[in-house]
Design a protein around this ligand. Structure first.
Ligand SMILES: NC(=O)c1ccc[n+]([C@@H]2O[C@H](COP(=O)([O-])OP(=O)(O)OC[C@H]3O[C@@H](n4cnc5c(N)ncnc54)[C@H](OP(=O)(O)O)[C@@H]3O)[C@@H](O)[C@H]2O)c1
Length: 251
């Protein structure tokens, strides 16, 4: 079995690469940064006796998607599992103050990246009548929060897209799952605040936040169910999270 992961160089994608490799899956790691990707490949190869493949993939680049999907199918075959993990938030401010470049980047990455990579792989999944597509949503897609209208909307789009896809694939053996994590301590906040480490660290202060490995284990669980079982959604919150936007911080 093998798994194709986008954004495998950091956070949840990196943790998923480790969990799946540890449990015997060959891993197809993709990311934008060749140096980071090779480092992850080396680390996983040293730890686990599985095959590790890498492709440079920016999910906002449709030509890059086409060439990577073609190369993967030719060199490795159709993946058993596709994890559409790459994604990001940019900024945390009222929509009237949102930066247009940030808005575009979130839409291009979180929505169009997921839509077009899935579209590129899907005919192969359909031809083989098997495979599992795991899309990374968020509690933000279920419960909007202040300053994040676009990020929340992109994750709502991921959830609705997954639901529609599941209906289209109902007669096939292909499964579709949306993973919807709450607050996970990863470099996500540093990216959101354009590299402001102090502001990013403050997000997780006073909270026993979810860790990337928790989400990776949840993905593995969803993927490794009997053929008859299709987990449509997994909503995973930190213990101190009441709902998507309501978190109790210890003083
Ligand atoms: N952390 C949370 O609280 C949380 C909660 C719910 C959902 N999520 C979702 O979980 C997913 C993973 O986030 P994370 O928390 O693990 O954050 P992260 O550590 O910042 O990881 C994000 C990954 O996405 C990659 N990426 C960003 N833009 C890309 C692009 N255009 N093409 C290819 N890869 C790209 C990044 O690669 P680079 O290293 O090249 O930037 C990085 O590997 C995202 O979809 C996020 O929205 C996160």
């Amino acid at each position: 079995m093998n798994v194709f992961i986008t954004g495998a160089t950091s956070g949840i994608g990196l943790a998923a690469a480790n969990v799946f490799a540890q449990k015997g899956y060959d891993v197809i790691l993709t990311g934008r940064n060749e140096v980071k990707l090779e480092k992850v490949k080396m680390e996983i190869t040293e730890k686990y006796p599985v095959k590790v493949f890498t492709y440079i993939l920016d999910v906002t680049n449709k030509e890059n998607i086409s060439s990577v999907v073609a190369a993967c199918v030719k060199e490795i075959g159709t993946p058993d599992v596709l994890i559409n993990n790459a994604g990001l938030a940019r900024g945390l401010s009222s929509y009237d103050q949102n930066d247009e470049a940030d808005i575009s980047e979130m839409i291009e990455t979180n929505i169009k990246g997921v839509f077009f990579l899935t579209r590129a792989f899907l005919p192969y999944f359909v031809k083989r009548n098997s495979g599992h597509i795991v899309n990374m949503g968020s509690t933000a897609g279920l419960y909007a929060y202040a300053g994040a209208a676009i990020y929340c909307a992109t994750k709502a789009a991921v959830k609705t897209f997954s639901d529609g896809l599941r209906i289209d694939l109902m007669e096939s053996d292909i499964k579709v799952t949306t993973i919807q994590p709450g607050i996970v301590e990863t470099p996500f906040s540093e990216t959101r605040f354009h590299g402001d480490k102090k502001r990013a660290a403050a997000v997780y202060e006073g909270i026993d936040a979810l860790q990337a490995g928790d989400i990776a284990e949840a993905i593995f669980f969803a993927v490794n169910q009997p053929k008859r079982v299709q987990i449509s959604d997994m909503v995973i919150m930190a213990n101190q999270q009441g709902t998507g936007f309501l978190v109790s911080k210890k003083k």
